[in-house]
Design a protein around this ligand. Structure first.
Ligand code: NOJ
Length: 534
């Protein structure tokens, strides 16, 4: 059995604005990423995924694309991009771009033409509707960023649809010309050598042709407007699979590339995004470790259900954090973040790591007047809950001013964490017990051991409700038992039925190694162990 790079390897997400500034403007850029490639290589990751780097007015920080085949001057030039690609490839690192097909910026030339007149040839590239009979928006659809999803355009007297910011009009994928244009965007980058795409809101690309009102969501938490309605007419329509298969066919015109879909869905629906013949996403993102309660039994059930539902031949994946969700160390606390990383890096399936999580970065509280994120600004009352700036702050490289992200005296686009002199790469590299040392120990082991990278997963029952244990085994290779304590209590557990002998390969505390008695395995508070079975 041979496995592709995107099955064996680890994906690392870079939010380019916040990774490394090279030209002293307070915003990260491509030459900055090049400077940090040796560091990335030292993490034993296999691919970097870059959040959008295209020209954009930055209303949604690059997810509002004004030119799909260029580079925003803030980030550099196409030549810088080519250099990044070459330098990454030279180090054996793949490069995945963020493709944002669902919507463009309102400054994209396609939209400028589309809104110019009702009979412009590009009119039908976007979703235009007359006002409702009594006036007002055509239906009740809501933007994920708050308010109606429809914006009135004075010039032509119609509304256009925007499921996100008013500056992000949705493209009309019922128009074959739009599809072809987007497929050519993909080819542009694939021809240049990129190794694949993470496709933004891939589930939303088709909307109800009858534009029916969406029902209220009885389970709405009253906070995030994104979930006030049940998105039965704007999300996960059956027709979306047809476009995804076409996108995959474009990917398959090239050798060994990957397509990852952004898919916030329950397990059963998620599985459909692999496609009937595994001809859709290679990896529909599995966000359960972000969305579920951090509880050993809940997580175990989720892992077991996901494993059981995977179609034959489909490859699993796991994600612990991204630029839209509060950082894992903030969600579950720093001690459990170590356990969570051990879980991420020992489960079966491709792990995706969000930049900074290898040093345990936490959310940085951002005062309202310094917030940039549109959903937060649109809904100031909820800004501290739904705002995404806190998880997008500059990478903490060292103890110098601005954490080595941007030179002293420059104001970074978002503030650096107050505790950066204690939590940064340089400090943690010197500390064998640090999160970074733990991360590297785990990634070295994962890379070296077939059982951990591609082996089978099997849960192991334990009497302790706070403990999640499982084995990872591959033929003709060392086998592993992973035991994770999600709680603050200590446990002594008997695993002698799983293996007669064991030796600790990694502990979250980084203080235990060597043989252990599996009939009386002790586990401290917040402790996780990876045990090589004898
Ligand atoms: C999902 C992206 O991850 C998020 O950051 C963005 O705001 C929306 N899609 C809209 O593109």
């Amino acid at each position: 059995m041979t496995y592709r790079w995107w099955q064996k390897g680890i994906v690392y997400q870079i939010y380019p604005r916040s990774f490394q500034d090279s030209n002293g403007d307070g915003v990260g850029d491509l030459p900055g990423i090049v400077r940090r490639l040796d560091y990335l290589q030292s993490l034993n990751i296999n691919a970097i995924w870059l959040s959008p780097i295209y020209p954009s007015p930055m209303h949604d920080f690059g997810y509002d694309v004004a030119d799909y085949t260029g580079i925003h001057p803030l980030f550099g030039t196409l030549a810088d991009f080519d250099r990044l690609l070459a330098e990454a490839h030279r180090r054996g690192l793949k490069v995945i771009l963020d493709l944002v097909p669902n919507h463009t910026s309102d400054e994209h030339p396609w939209f400028i033409q589309s809104r110019a007149s009702r009979n412009n040839p590009k009119r039908d590239w976007y979703i235009w509707r007359d006002p409702a009979p009594g006036g007002g928006p055509p239906n009740n659809w809501m933007s994920y960023f708050g308010g109606s999803a429809w914006a009135f355009d004075e010039t032509t007297g119609q509304y256009y649809l925007h499921l996100f910011d008013v500056h992000q009009p949705d493209l009309n994928y019922r128009n074959p010309a739009v599809r072809e244009a987007m497929f050519n965007v993909m080819r542009f980058w694939l021809d240049r050598g990129v190794d694949g795409f993470r496709v933004d809101v891939i589930t939303l690309m088709m909307k109800d042709p009858l534009f029916r009102d969406e029902p209220l969501n009885p389970d709405w938490d009253g906070i995030d407007p994104a979930y006030k309605l049940k998105h039965i007419y704007t999300s996960n329509l059956p027709e979306v699979h047809d476009i995804i298969r076409q996108m995959r066919a474009v990917i398959d015109e090239y050798d060994d590339r990957v397509m990852i879909g952004e898919t916030y869905l329950p397990n059963e629906e998620l599985m459909q995004f692999y496609g009937p013949n595994l001809n859709e996403c290679h990896l529909p993102f599995n966000f359960q470790l972000i969305t579920l309660d951090w509880d050993a039994q809940t997580v175990r059930r989720a892992v077991d259900e996901y494993e059981a539902l995977l179609p034959p031949g489909a490859w699993p994946n796991w994600v612990l954090g991204n630029h839209d969700k509060h950082r894992v160390a903030t969600r579950i606390g720093p001690a459990q973040a170590r356990v969570a990383n051990m879980l991420l890096l020992t489960l079966r399936g491709t792990p995706t790591v969000y930049y900074g999580e290898e040093i345990g970065m936490e959310d940085v509280p951002i005062p309202l007047e310094m917030m940039h994120d549109p959903p937060a600004l649109n809904q100031p009352d909820q800004a501290h809950i739904i705002g995404r700036d806190p998880e997008r702050t500059p990478m903490q490289w060292d103890s110098s001013p601005n954490a080595g992200f941007t030179p002293e005296g420059v104001q970074p686009w978002l503030p650096v964490a107050a505790d950066y002199t204690r939590r940064n790469v340089a400090v943690q590299e010197q500390d064998p017990t640090s999160m970074l040392s733990l991360f590297r120990t785990l990634t070295v082991l994962r890379r070296a051991e077939p059982s951990l990278s591609v082996g089978a997963y099997a849960p192991v029952d334990t009497p302790a409700a706070d403990v999640f244990a499982y084995t990872r085994t591959a033929p003709h290779a060392d086998r592993f038992l992973v035991v994770l304590n999600f709680g603050r209590g200590s446990h002594t557990l008997d695993f002698s039925h799983v293996a007669s002998r064991g030796s600790i390969a990694v502990s979250t505390g980084m203080h235990r190694t060597g043989p252990v008695d599996l009939s009386r395995l002790t586990l401290g508070p917040d402790e996780g162990l990876v045990i090589r079975m004898g």
